[in-house]
Design a protein around this ligand. Sequence first.
Ligand code: SGN
Ligand code: CA
Length: 521
Amino acid sequence: FAFLYPLTGMAALASLASCTEEKEAAKQYNIVYIMTDDHTAQMMSCYGNHLIETPNLDRIANDGVIFTNSFVANSLSGPSRACMLTGKHSHANGFTDNTTCVFDGSQQTMPKLLQQAGYQTALIGKWHLISLPTGFDHWEIVPEQGDYYNPDFINMDNDTIRKERYITNLITDMSIDWMENQRDKNKPFCIFIHHKAIHRNWLPELKYLSLYEDKTFPLPDNFYDDYEGRPAAAAQEMNILKDMDIIYDNKMDRADKETPLKERYESYVGRLSPEDRKVYDAFYEPIIEDFYKKNPKGKELAEWKYQRYMRDYSKVVKSLDDNVGRVLDYLKEKGLLDNTLVVYTSDQGFYMGEHGWFDKRFMYEESMHTPLIMHLPKDFKAKGEIPQMVQNIDYAPTFLDLAGAPIPEDIQGVSLLPLLKGEKPADWRKSLYYHFYEFPAEHMVKRHYGVRTERYKLIHFYNDIDEWELYDLQEDPTEMHNLYGKPGYEKITEDLKAELVKLQTQYQDPIEEKLKQQQKN
Ligand code: SGN
Ligand code: CA
């Protein structure tokens, strides 16, 4: 003993303590990063919205933390994913929109940096960045948006393989299988469990077809928005009444009916096995018959579509919530939960009838906001609501910080670790930058950028339009009253414009230069 433990008394104790400290410093937490597509906080009970109940998501929020001011930098799938991977705004990571971009996988990304820090990394599910994934020891992705029923997956050999069953269950099975059977258990791991759900066109798991059918969802107060004073909002094509496809979105398929997206709808449900197709059709037949018999028009049709939309979306959430529960149970059962950060978020928020809409894109609250809840490793002290403004560019530095890896200088987000430790940093950011680029494109939301502070939002729509909007989020949380140019708001506008320029300079977004150049030409 004397040989093994030559130190005695206080010296021995001190040495033991430093040993434990070293061990602590070397401890690397696992990261389970669950992300859904288009899941919005309005449809999560932990956000205080009880339109539907999401008990498993609530488990994360109740035991851990819930970010009440969590936002994206560009409310669209590919761009949002690129922001999360790189910790940088769209202009800096190069993936500005879904339609023209290919992600440059040779650039620095969070999974690559985690690998360098000794992590095993995996990605299962939606990827949507066109080029194949880099920085993952294991990946299996769905092509583009993926399918709900019996979906195809692309594996690391670049083979496309069809798997049977419902997508949300499959992605979870594959993720658990990787954690349990495939990873190197001597290393910490980070897995991206990235769901296709709850993306359009909201096809439910068959066992939930009848769920919520008795429920009537309340109409949002601004469902019949007339977009007064907001020309860009008026120009969109994401209105439930005007733009939702009665077959593709609302499933009212009948042989004598044609719509622009009918063929696509039939190819999606055509993936079901003949037995499952019977179950699916048996559910819809009476609804279809009733619908064409009543043949609603105008407001009646708008509200009918809204109810169908809300029900379908809610059913898809239900499967998602079940599967989040399965992941939590797995981690708990294997004793991993105490040493793992579990993140649940979405690639952006979504409109559930607010302003009369579905889809996202706008810098308005419903779509700029994104849910963010976390179950924390045992030694982290934070609990409950975290009100600080955070953005999806913060995930990369947070994960790196948690892994004890250095955060490269060029990362534009900030680590959320102090917030997870329960600290309240006095110098936390006071404003957020946003920039949406995908125009002209589906849903016709015009290009815009802007700044959001705790109280105000200033937006500039540009390209084929030159319009500014200003909102007082405290007085007008649903953003119905554009205050830009109204007397009394001169100073606020001036300050917000200065803040906007500050952020554009800090993040080096060249847009102002480009616009000036265009004006000259
Ligand atoms: C598809 C959808 C759109 C949706 C985009 C982007 N149309 O194109 O409604 O806005 O994806 O969504 S669909 O007819 O194909 O369903 S994103 O979340 O992937 O960015
Ligand atoms: Ca999305």
